[in-house]
Design a protein around this ligand. Structure first.
Ligand code: HEC
Ligand code: HEC
Length: 281
């Protein structure tokens, strides 16, 4: 082989190699595109999760479980399978989430179950409706909520209670309460959404010159303007839970607090909640 022949052979080999690499790249292009799309979807869900945590969890629950009496669950089989038909929405559930969240809900569609914190039931979230979030942020939150679809539990069954309901007689003798368990119940029974993380009902912790709910309960039942039947701090707290309208705290609206805790809490749960509230002086 002379020099020219060697150069030609090298050239041919080079061209074949480049072609091969391009071909190999092309064959894998679809995989890489899919990988890229998956990556983008994953980061949309992550961004959405963080936005949900700051803006939505106090009302709809950290895991989308809802707050009884306040907000519907979103991590919920009924929500994903039947809700759009019920409200007559013809688009996808994801678009329903984007639309509802963007414009908010002026009045609750189920005022008997989710009264919201007054008017509007849910504030608008999109900047175009005067809310705080951009459109892409709301899309990300919708992606995060859609992420629950595959495993959303059926919440239509009332949770099985660990014992008979405490009822509405405030002179009933309660078992000894455990404040640590009460603190957990404040979240799982929805109290925290109105009394701790948001100021929909009177705050429980002491704040400035206002003492905590435990200290307020000590004096409330003997105050001149008290309208209920309690004769002790414990009875006052039980009455506030099972018959909230017996005495409505000044500055707050009646009927906002769920009226049926007497049917959904056991005596032990009520005692635990009361022990926790009494510890907040
Ligand atoms: C102040 C409490 C509150 C906050 C905060 C809140 N919501 Fe809502 N949300 C509600 C209420 C109340 C409803 C209406 C219930 C009804 O109409 O039955 C609702 C309805 C919805 C619905 C429609 C549910 C259905 O079953 O039709 C979606 C979706 C939703 N909210 C998502 C969100 C997202 C996402 C956020 C955070 C950006 C958020 N919400 C923040 C109170 C709230
Ligand atoms: C949907 C919102 C909401 C939820 C959920 C809620 N509350 Fe309330 N709560 C209120 C409002 C509003 C008031 C003030 C009006 C009144 O006195 O009924 C109130 C009042 C009270 C009071 C009297 C407070 C005081 O300072 O004297 C107690 C005690 C209380 N709630 C306990 C509970 C407990 C325990 C739970 C959970 C088992 C709970 N609440 C769930 C809204 C709520």
């Amino acid at each position: 082989m002379n020099r020219i022949q060697i150069e030609i052979s090298l050239g041919v080999i080079f061209i074949l190699l480049t072609g091969g690499i391009i071909l190999w790249y092309g064959i894998n292009e679809e995989d890489r595109m899919a990988e890229f799309t998956r990556g983008q979807a994953a980061s949309a869900i992550e961004v959405g999760a963080a936005l949900y945590e700051t803006n939505c969890k106090d009302c709809h629950g950290p895991q989308g479980e809802g707050v009884p009496g306040l907000c519907p669950p979103l991590n919920d089989k009924y929500f994903f399978t039947e809700r759009v038909d019920e409200v007559g929405w013809s688009g996808t559930i994801e678009d329903y989430i984007v639309a509802t969240v963007s414009s908010g809900r002026l009045t609750s569609t189920r005022p008997d179950r989710y009264a919201g914190q007054g008017r509007p039931a849910m504030p608008p979230w999109a900047e175009s409706y005067g809310g705080p979030l951009r459109e892409d942020q709301i899309r990300n939150i919708a992606a995060f909520i859609m992420n629950w679809q595959a495993t959303a539990p059926d919440r239509s069954q009332e949770p099985v209670m660990a014992g008979p309901p405490v009822g509405t007689d405030i002179t009933v003798e309660l078992p000894e309460g455990n404040p640590a368990l009460g603190e957990g119940l404040a979240t799982t029974k929805g109290c925290a959404g109105c009394h701790i993380s948001q100021a929909i009902g009177p705050g429980w912790a002491a704040s400035g010159s206002v003492p905590g709910v435990g200290a307020r309960a000590e004096t409330r039942y003997s105050a001149a303007d008290y309208t209920g039947q309690a004769t002790s701090a414990q009875q006052y707290l039980l009455e506030s839970i099972v018959n909230p309208n017996a005495y409505v705290v000044e500055g707050y609206a009646a009927n906002l607090m769920p009226q049926n805790y007497g049917e959904t809490l056991t005596a032990q749960e009520a005692a635990d909640l009361i022990a926790y509230m009494l510890s907040l002086k």
